[in-house]
Design a binder for this molecule. Structure first.
Ligand code: SAH
Length: 358
C-alpha cells in the first residue's frame, strides 16, 4: 500500500477499509471530491463492512420527544430558549410510559427519551420515569438524550436502569463550537460530559451536524479524529437544516451527499458502530434514509411521541413524520427498509463488540 494517496481514487477507499484510517490530507481529498462514481464505491465498501457485522438487520429506536422546553440557546436549534414562537409542551411520566407501551406492542425494544434541557424534570422525576419504563419492559434498552447534566445525575439515571446516552459533540473544533453556541456553553464541558458518561458505564453516542454554519472540511476531519479517539458505540450525524425562528434562518442546509460520505467513513473507521440514518437526512431528501442505509447506516429512529405534540418538537423546518401515528410510521419505514434490501428486527440492537465475551 502506498504511503500517501495523492488523488481521490478507489485506492484511497481500499486503504480506508484496510487500515480504518487515512491521513488528514487523504480524508480531505475524500471529503472534497465530487465524483459520484467514487462515492458509489465508498458507499458499497461501507455496506459490505456493515453487512459483515450486522447482516441485513436494521435496528429501530422509538424516540419519545418528551419536552421541548430548553434552557439553552444553541443558535441552530428551533427549540432554543429565545424562540418565543415555539409552542412549549411537556409529557407526564404516564404519557411517556404510554408511548413506550405502544412502541413495545409495535416491536420496539429500545426507547430513546429525548428533550430540550428542561430542569422541570428533577433527577428524582427522571429516576422514577426510568424505573417505571425499565420495570414494565425489562427486556428493552433505554437511551437518554437530554443534554448536559451533572455527573451525579448521570450516575443516578444509570443506576435507575438507563443503558445508553446520546450527546452529540456537535463539532470537535472548540472555536467552531463557540460560534454555534451561546457563551455560557463550552466544548470542554461537552467533552467532560461524554467522558463522565463513558466512565459511569453508559454505551455512549456522540455526533455532529453536517454543513452547520461556519463548518469547514478541516472541522469534519477534527470530528473524525474525535470519533476515533472516543470510540463511541453510536454516532448520530445528520445534515444541518435551518429553522425560521433562529439566527440561522437564512443559512443554507447541509449536503445530503456529504452526509452520506461521512456515514460511510464512520462505518469504515468504526466497523461495529451503531449508525442511524436520521430524520434530518429524510427531511432533505425523500429517499435520504434509504440512501443512508445503503451508505452504511444500520439504525432508524422513528417517532413514538403522541401525535398532538409532534409538530411542536421542531428543531428545524419541514421535519418529516410529524403528522403520522407510530403504527403508520413503522409501516412506512418497513417498506422503505425493504426497498433498500434490509429488514427491521425486533431487538435491543446492542452494539456488537468483538471484545464482548458472548
Ligand atoms: N438537548 C439534547 C437533545 C438535542 S436534539 C442535547 O443537547 O443533546 C438532538 C440533536 O438535534 C442535536 O444534538 C443537534 O445535533 C440536532 N439539531 C438541532 N438543531 C438542528 C438543526 N437545525 N438541523 C439539524 N439538526 C439539528
Amino acid at each position: 500500500m502506498q504511503d500517501m494517496v495523492r488523488r481521490a481514487d478507489p485506492a484511497l477507499i481500499d486503504k480506508l477499509a484496510a487500515e480504518r484510517d487515512l491521513t488528514d490530507a487523504e480524508f480531505l481529498l475524500l471529503l472534497q471530491q465530487e465524483d459520484p462514481g467514487l462515492d458509489a464505491i465508498l458507499f458499497s465498501k461501507a455496506r459490505e463492512v456493515r453487512e459483515r457485522i450486522y447482516g441485513k438487520d436494521v435496528y429501530i429506536r422509538g424516540l419519545v420527544e418528551f419536552t421541548n422546553y430548553c434552557k439553552n440557546n444553541c443558535h441552530y436549534c428551533g427549540i432554543r430558549r429565545d424562540n418565543h414562537n415555539a409552542e412549549r409542551y411537556r409529557l407526564s411520566g404516564e404519557e411517556i410510559l404510554s408511548c413506550c407501551e405502544q412502541g413495545y406492542a409495535l416491536g420496539f425494544r429500545t426507547f430513546v427519551l429525548q428533550g430540550g434541557e428542561d430542569p422541570y424534570y428533577s433527577d428524582e422525576d427522571m429516576v422514577s420515569i426510568i424505573r417505571s419504563i425499565k420495570s414494565s419492559h425489562p427486556d428493552a434498552a433505554l437511551t437518554l438524550s437530554i443534554g448536559e447534566r451533572t455527573k451525579e445525575s448521570y450516575q443516578a439515571f444509570f443506576e435507575a436502569g438507563a443503558d445508553r446516552y446520546l450527546l452529540r459533540h456537535e463539532t470537535a473544533d472548540p472555536e467552531h463550537y463557540g460560534f454555534l453556541h451561546p457563551k455560557e456553553m463550552s466544548f470542554e464541558r461537552r467533552i467532560q460530559c461524554l467522558s463522565e458518561l463513558r466512565s459511569i458505564g453508559y454505551q455512549v453516542g456522540c455526533g455532529m451536524m453536517i454543513g452547520s454554519p461556519g463548518q469547514t472540511t478541516e472541522h469534519l476531519i477534527r470530528d473524525i479524529r474525535l470519533i476515533q479517539k472516543l470510540g463511541p458505540e453510536m454516532v448520530g450525524i445528520g445534515p444541518f437544516i435551518p429553522h425560521h425562528d433562529t439566527p440561522y434562518a437564512d443559512e443554507a442546509p447541509g449536503s445530503v451527499q456529504l452526509t452520506l460520505r461521512l456515514l460511510s467513513i464512520i462505518r469504515l473507521i468504526l466497523p461495529e458502530v451503531l449508525l442511524p440514518a436520521t430524520t434530518a437526512l429524510g427531511t432533505l431528501d425523500v429517499k435520504g434514509r434509504e440512501k443512508g442505509l445503503l451508505a452504511g447506516a444500520n439504525v432508524l429512529m422513528p417517532n413514538l411521541s403522541p401525535g398532538s405534540v409532534r409538530k411542536k418538537y421542531l428543531l428545524y423546518d419541514n421535519k418529516i413524520c410529524t403528522g403520522e401515528e407510530a403504527a403508520e410510521c413503522i409501516r412506512c419505514l418497513g417498506l422503505r427498509v425493504e426497498t433498500a434490501g434490509y429488514r427491521i428486527v425486533e431487538s435491543r440492537g446492542d452494539h456488537i463488540s468483538r471484545y464482548q465475551p458472548n
